[in-house]
Write a protein of this length. Structure first.
Length: 180
């Protein structure tokens, strides 16, 4: 059995990879929506811009507001989580009890649902757009976003982030993926 190191300070390369893949996912999905709905440019741009704003807001505003305050990385000295958002979160509010960390998955508009919506919704919308207006560029964006989604799950979550996380024992996502 292999022992897994718990990171109290994730390596900078892990933080850069996590955020790079996230922003690339959001950017490529935005481009894919604009391209898939290019027959109706106003609709395509509206979908793309609204999606991009929503995706960035749920990740870089709602997460530090609603998830990070309950995370132990907020209280550990010289710590850095895999997203690095624990460094931004203190600007948004006070620390809460880590015992409540699992609440991130409760309710219809909880952060987990918003996060998954930001990752999956553009795939569904791009398929609809491509059925109505096929293009090779749109298909390439769809396949690229799908590949980033697979990379996020199989590499980022399963190898880089979750196994090394100090909160994995309290995290509903880690439990759902069978990491704990």
């Amino acid at each position: 059995m292999t022992t897994v190191t718990i990171h109290t300070r994730y390596p900078l390369r892990s933080v850069a990879l996590y955020n790079g893949v996230t922003v690339l996912h959001f950017g490529l999905a935005t481009a894919g929506l604009v391209i898939a709905f290019s027959r109706w440019p106003i609709l395509g741009w509206l979908l793309g811009v609204v999606y991009f704003i929503f995706a960035l807001a749920q990740m870089y505003l709602i997460m530090p507001l609603k998830v990070c305050p309950y995370c132990v990385y907020r209280t550990l000295s010289d710590s850095r989580c895999v997203s690095g958002l624990n460094l931004l979160s203190p600007r948004f509010g006070r620390v809460r009890s880590p015992e409540e960390f699992g609440r991130r998955a409760e309710g219809v508009l909880c952060h987990n649902h918003l996060y998954m919506t930001a990752l999956i919704a553009p795939l569904v919308l791009m398929v609809v757009g491509l059925v109505l207006n096929y293009s090779v560029a749109g298909l390439a964006c769809l396949l690229g976003v799908a590949a980033l989604m697979a990379f996020r799950y199989f590499i980022l979550f399963m190898r880089v982030a979750c196994p090394h996380c100090a909160m994995k024992g309290r995290c509903p996502n880690a439990k759902a993926m069978g990491i704990v």
